[in-house]
Write a protein that binds this ligand. Sequence first.
Ligand SMILES: O=C(O)CCC(=O)C(=O)O
Length: 311
Amino acid sequence: MVTVKVTIRPNQADSAIGPPPDCGETAFPVNGFVALPRITSAQDVGFIRTRLMRLFAEKAGRSEGMLFDFAGTDEEGGPAKLPQLLDPRNFAPELLRTEFFHNAEGLAKRLLGPNARFLADHALLKPARDGAETPWHQDDAFRPGDVDCTEVSIWMPLQPVNEANGCLGFIPGSHKWDVLPHRWLSGDGRIHALECHTGFDPGRVVLCPLPAGGCTVHTNRTLHWAGPNRSDAPRLAYVLVFGLPMQKAAQPRNHHWLANKDEPRHERRRRWMRHGGYLVHAFRRVGQIRQVGWRETSMRVVLKVTRRRRA
Ligand SMILES: O=C(O)CCC(=O)C(=O)O
């Protein structure tokens, strides 16, 4: 079998701030990803970087299960292999008033159409020197198999990224595939990360090095990966997810790898909810209705309740 390892170098000549005239509208539907040299200004990158580094340093969201070790067993006080913070906007709402957010929203609407809505944000801090590899996965594998999503993740590095510190790599065309078999990383259900272990040739990876403030865009089916961070500085990335209204799956899939997972963050979340967190959660839900609308919010709640009943 012939394997090709390609590296995309975004067009450095395009120095306009914000999405360039061609945001990959041609390449994106063919490959399932695109790399853009610039999505925001250096000043905005500095602002977002400072906010996120502070949230990680303060361990924001730890007690409510939103800050955890993506690639490790997430023991209290232990060195994390790959800290991930979900919904950082809840701890720093100004993240949604940035140039990055504005430009990313415009880009998502160009790629998915005018009904695309902001859905979620998260940040990943790959520690210096031994920051873990992000295993091959499709984002859909993390979701229950009873929904069909049409989403884009807009991934922005807050320092330059390359092969040495863990830039993203994609398998072109994989966005047209079904969800491939995934499994628990290292066979350990305490670890959040899932690993796609069959059905593709990792030698076909297309690596996407980028300057700070550039971005990659990938769909919820695009198979992707990032290498370990071997550099002397942490690798920080901020990700915004936009999508069309979620649909009930036409043909439900069996994501058996999600069953019986025992992540320590789930227990932290239950404890937080019991100690009044549910009020904060309800308050945030109201904000979510404003973002994604009644229809989408009630659809998510109904599906969650149905799943709980079935379990
Ligand atoms: O930043 C990384 O290493 C992985 C990011 C990722 O998998 C994603 O944003 O879907």
